[in-house]
Design a protein around this ligand. Structure first.
Ligand code: TYM
Length: 324
């Protein structure tokens, strides 16, 4: 099965990225042909500082490798190493109605939050569809916030195939895991742009402080508490062992436990899961040329797959590119 997914290099990665997406990516690498890329063209819709974008792009690669992505098993590359995606995005834009893009939730959310909409932000789903379709991907593992984009991708593949009368583009399926939408410290979706994230690799003290500031309700210490409406428990159950989750659930229901105790247990589990990755991360930071080599080699493999699909796309729609 060919698996593909991407993460924007728009800032520090957080628990939502890991639990919703990267964890599944790393699990899938053992038995599938995997393509995971750093969406730096997409990040340009929000990061418009060359040094910051370059640094963020390398940082996402380092985070992936630190968390367990194995470059011998999965292709980890930069989106911009396959520039043909922008060509395919253009071609898709010619068969896609503007109304489809106007219905995109994530675009509407960003505009509602006061973000000035550039054309790049508006046409974001076209580039994302191109990212997926250019590798004839079977499955796209993402968090729930991306599901509509995958549905739009399927629509766009259908428009192209229908218009040109050939099954050139493959319709991908979405893959979700238990972490559909990881809440941030304010209970909304954890997001780089909402200021509510728990970052993966902040110093442990800072992470603990952040966890202690997760919003909870005002149920008194003695009273029983509902684990299923609690933001702390929502994250805990995605990271702790089943026995630990059952034990904490019991404590919530029994009463006599303050939220501070639950937060402290969550901070312990987060450190247990991420501590070893932080150590690997430090070694990778000191070995940036190794990381660069990984990206370059995988970028070449990805581009070669993309070029063979693009040859079919161009042939189907009549675009001729002279041999240089
Ligand atoms: P991005 O960079 O916002 O997020 C990367 C991945 O993390 C998941 N995620 C979450 N999952 C659960 N709970 C959360 N709070 C949470 N926050 C983020 C996202 O669902 C995503 O899987 N458009 C994409 C990047 C992209 C892409 C693609 C993805 C570009 N081209 C092609 C898949 C296929 C994005 O902005 O992800």
């Amino acid at each position: 099965m060919r698996i593909l997914s991407g993460i924007q290099s728009s800032g520090k990665l957080h628990l939502g990225n890991y639990l919703g997406a990267m964890k599944q990516h790393i699990e899938l690498q053992a038995e599938n042909e995997c393509f995971f890329f750093i969406a730096n063209f997409h990040a340009l819709t929000t990061v418009q500082d060359a040094k910051v974008l370059r640094d963020n792009t390398l940082d996402v690669a380092i985070d992936y490798l630190a968390l367990g992505l194995d470059p011998h098993k999965a292709n980890l590359f930069r989106q911009s190493d396959v520039p043909e995606v922008t060509e395919l995005a253009w071609i898709l834009s010619t068969v896609t109605g503007k109304g489809l893009l106007e219905r995109a939730h994530s675009y509407k959310d960003k505009v509602d939050k006061g973000i000035e909409p550039s054309m790049g932000l508006f046409t974001y789903p076209l580039l994302m569809a191109a990212d997926i379709l250019i590798y004839r991907s079977d499955l796209v593992p993402v968090g729930k916030d991306q599901v509509q984009h995958i549905e739009m991708t399927r629509d766009m593949a259908g428009y192209f195939n229908n218009k040109f009368g050939r099954e050139v583009l493959k319709l991908p399926a979405v893959k979700l895991n238990d972490a559909l939408i990881v809440p941030g410290i304010d209970g909304q979706k954890m997001s780089k742009s909402y200021g509510n994230a728990i970052n993966l690799f902040d110093p442990p003290k800072e992470t603990r402080k952040r966890i202690m500031s997760i919003r909870t309700d005002s149920t008194p210490v003695e009273a029983p508490k509902n684990p299923d409406t609690c933001n702390v428990f929502a994250i805990y159950k995605l990271m702790a062992t089943p026995e630990e989750v059952a034990a904490l659930r019991k404590k919530y229901l029994a009463g006599g436990m303050g939220y501070g105790e639950a937060k402290s247990l969550l901070a312990d589990v987060v450190e247990r899961v991420l501590g070893p990755a932080r150590e690997r991360r430090e070694k990778l930071v000191a070995n940036a040329s190794y990381v660069e080599d990984v990206l370059v080699a995988a970028g070449k493999r990805a581009r070669s797959v993309a070029n063979s699909v693009m040859a079919d796309v161009r042939d189907a729609c009549g675009i001729v590119v002279s041999k240089q």
